[in-house]
Design a protein around this ligand. Sequence first.
Ligand SMILES: *Cc1c(COP(=O)(O)O)cnc(C)c1O
Length: 364
Amino acid sequence: MELIPLVKTNMPREDILIPRLKEVLYSGYVAQGDSVDEFEQSFEHYIGKGKALTVNSGTAALHIALDLIGVSEGDEVISTALTAEPTNIAIKMAGGKIRYADIDYNTGNISAQSIRDSINENTKSIMIVDYAGIPVNVRAIQQISDDFSIPVIHDAAHSIGSKYDGKVAGNHFPYTAFSFQAIKHITTVDGGMLHLKSESEYEKGKLIRWFGLDKSKTRFENNITTLGYKYHMNNVNATLGIIQLETIQDTISKHIENGKYFDKMLADVPGIETLEYYTNTEPSYWLYTLKVENREGFIAKLKENGIMASELHKRNDHHSLLNDFPTELPNLNKFYERLVHIPCGWWVKKEDRERIVNIISSGW
Ligand SMILES: *Cc1c(COP(=O)(O)O)cnc(C)c1O
């Protein structure tokens, strides 16, 4: 039996995608060019303001943000252990050390109070993740950033289209990283975006994206003074991105409808704790996260009924390389024992979500 999967690749319809893909593939120009510019402009329009820098992965977007802030040897970045590995690998790529803050047990997201308690003279930046698509405590974290003049990097790989104060992710912090990897809300097969509030940071980001070379000058007019990487996006991936943005509202609203349905229908089921959301935030429900009793039994029961459920992520402090300062994280310990995800994305139909609720409600 094929399980309803937890994640799925969101590929545009063949009749829409193939003609446009064919055009770009045989255009004679597949490198970074007009399609990339068009994708960036559409993305800026989607976010509402600021500058969008396409890259070839979400990890690259995070790495550039860390470089722009100047994170290097000896610097610490406060982060969360409840995330996918790229969040914290990027800190190591920049040469920084990871200082874990605990999470809020009720939301699974990094705790503002624990961030405050983790700041020391080596803290260079704060990395935050909207885990599973649930916005962090934006206001409290902005306040900390202001109080200590420490810039925040927003890893929004799970949370494109989520909102705080009516505005989508990208509007709240100076650096926001998005991922268009295979299983995210929208995909360009692989790809990412660094959204920046500052025009001058955007100009510097462009250099870091491409070997430190300024694309508007010839090779001979160029003099590399900044270390850059091969992080740019090409016209082929960008074409996918342009097409994805044409239907992004529809994609995200399907996640949100399913998520809200589960919020309502699972709230009072014994053995389950649903998550709470911070004031004035709207999740975009990349995954639907629950805390359950007897997780193994829960996963087995769903599997028997053709539904995939999983913990999905390994807490990052359990990787030796990502555990610079072993730290007690009591809320994460409690949360991680009970953590499970159920399918919630655009592929989950009305009848599927009803069945999921019925199966869970019948106990495990
Ligand atoms: C997917 C993901 C990224 C970036 O992933 P790429 O595969 O490099 O695009 C970063 N952070 C989180 C939390 C992710 O899930």
